[in-house]
Ligand binder design. Structure first.
Ligand SMILES: [Zn+2]
Length: 453
């Protein structure tokens, strides 16, 4: 019963106090997910045009940018027209932040930042409209998996940023809205019993968290003999990191064979796409224009391109043709679930998830991850690329299974993938630190973190 109260009274009231039209947008998105393709394109063009006219009028950075490109949004009659504008890099945002803000934003602007792939934080601003759309997109995709506003949701969260924000008011709000946040910033064996007790007492319907964190929790709890297969969890939502197959299996099994659902987005880019029950990743088309570009040219289905986004509801600080630094492929349109939103495929990690070889190849993290993962007795590990020919592997062992030639195998495996001239050192450590954001990264590359030209 309480979940109905949350859905129909408490959450709407909370959003109203915050000045957000989340419910209105949720209703819109619910309808728009089945719009025929032609109507969807018309909707995107209308929203894009409104955004660009607003940007020209109210945002000094774009007023100048449009003039420099000889672009007038009033004359647009196709989505293609705005592609004469240059791509927007993180560096430009850092340099021009003040000029990218809409000073007259209703409800004010709200400052956020991200650690950034190079550890160089990117500061940006959201207005209430954008917050509401992102929240509505999240609520809608939860509904795809039978999880409604007001249902009990456990956040197994790794970010100290979120924890520090979790003051008493938020703690109270979480209770009111049926959410529970468990800090999993540094999971240890000793914490597991307490965490399991909290989860058992709360009985969540869905779980939301970083896959690395949730998987680690599941592995440790399994090892300590805990069984949560009958707890009634119906779905686990994975966020913010690449979800590896092995993690999907571990997590799904631990909670009794439930689906583990993936999504893709970022703090600055927002809630870009989400997996549907047919296993396809649908782009939130009414909120975005997504381009897939290689050397500035669009790629076709089955080809890798950098994801470049325009957020149609970010009016407070518009992101227009923003280079995410992520790589993915456009999918074939159409899905058995009936949703008409476009499909994105083979999303590869952030730029940090790549290793750059001395001969200039960008290797996906998995290619080096497999080398270390294949060696028995490795509990956790992290691969640090300090320079193009200098790699360090941090290894935390469990039990005594680690073979005598383990270090030599890691060195040989990495040299094989990266080149013989690369210096590889293996360091044995007792714990592996998380990133400042709380995310876990298997591969951190100082070379691969530079934005690609
Ligand atoms: Zn689908």
């Amino acid at each position: 019963m309480y979940n109905k109260l949350v859905k129909h009274l408490i959450f709407p009231l909370h959003e109203k106090i915050m000045g957000r039209d989340t419910y209105k947008f949720l209703e819109q998105l619910s309808r728009e997910q089945y719009l025929p393709e032609k109507e969807l394109k018309t909707l995107q063009l209308r929203k894009l045009k409104e955004l660009l006219i607003h940007s020209k009028k109210n945002i000094p950075f774009y007023t100048k940018r449009f003039a420099d490109a000889g672009f007038d949004p009033h004359k647009m009659d196709s989505i293609e027209d705005f592609k004469v504008l240059p791509l927007l890099s993180k560096e430009e945002i850092r340099k021009n932040l003040e000029d990218m803000k809409w000073k007259g934003s209703p409800g004010g602007l709200h400052r956020y930042n991200t650690g950034g792939s190079s550890g160089n934080p990117l500061v940006f601003y959201f207005d209430r409209r954008r917050q509401a759309y992102d929240a509505a997109a999240r609520a809608l995709t939860h509904q795809w998996w039978g999880c409604d506003i007001g249902d009990k949701e456990l956040y197994l969260w790794g970010s100290p940023l979120e924890i520090t924000k979790q003051d008493k008011i938020k703690d109270f709000r979480d209770k009111m809205t049926n959410d529970l946040l468990i800090s999993a910033f540094e999971i240890s064996e000793a914490q597991i019993p307490k965490m399991v007790e909290q989860i058992k007492a709360f009985k969540p319907k869905c779980i939301f968290g970083y896959p690395s964190t949730v998987a680690l929790f599941c592995e440790m709890a399994t090892k300590q003999g805990y069984d949560l297969t009958k707890l009634g969890v119906q779905v686990v939502f994975s966020t913010a990191e690449v979800l590896y197959d092995r993690q999907r299996e571990t997590i799904g099994r631990f909670f009794g064979g439930v689906p583990v659902v993936d999504s893709y987005g970022s703090r600055e880019g927002g809630f870009i796409c989400h997996e549907c029950p047919e296993g396809k990743y649908h782009v939130m088309d009414p909120n975005y224009i997504i381009e897939y570009l290689k050397n500035g040219k669009p790629v076709g289905p089955g080809e890798d391109g950098e994801v470049v986004l325009t957020h149609l509801d970010a009016w407070g600080m518009p992101f227009i043709r923003y280079r995410t630094g992520d790589v993915a492929q456009p999918g074939e349109d159409g899905c058995k679930c009936g949703r008409t939103w476009s499909v994105i495929k083979n999303i590869k990690g952030r730029t940090t998830d790549f290793i750059v070889t001395p001969d200039g190849r960008w290797q996906h993290a998995l290619s080096v991850i497999y080398v270390v993962r294949d060696i028995e007795g490795v509990d956790e590990f992290k691969i640090l690329q300090h320079g193009v020919d200098d790699v360090e592997v941090l290894v935390k062992l469990h039990e005594n299974l680690y073979p005598g030639d383990g270090d030599a195998r890691i060195v040989a495996g990495l040299k094989k993938r990266m080149g013989d001239d690369v210096k590889v050192t293996v360091s044995h450590v007792s714990s592996i630190p998380r990133e400042a954001s709380g995310k876990f990264r298997y591969v951190v590359s100082k070379v691969g973190a530079f934005e690609r030209g």
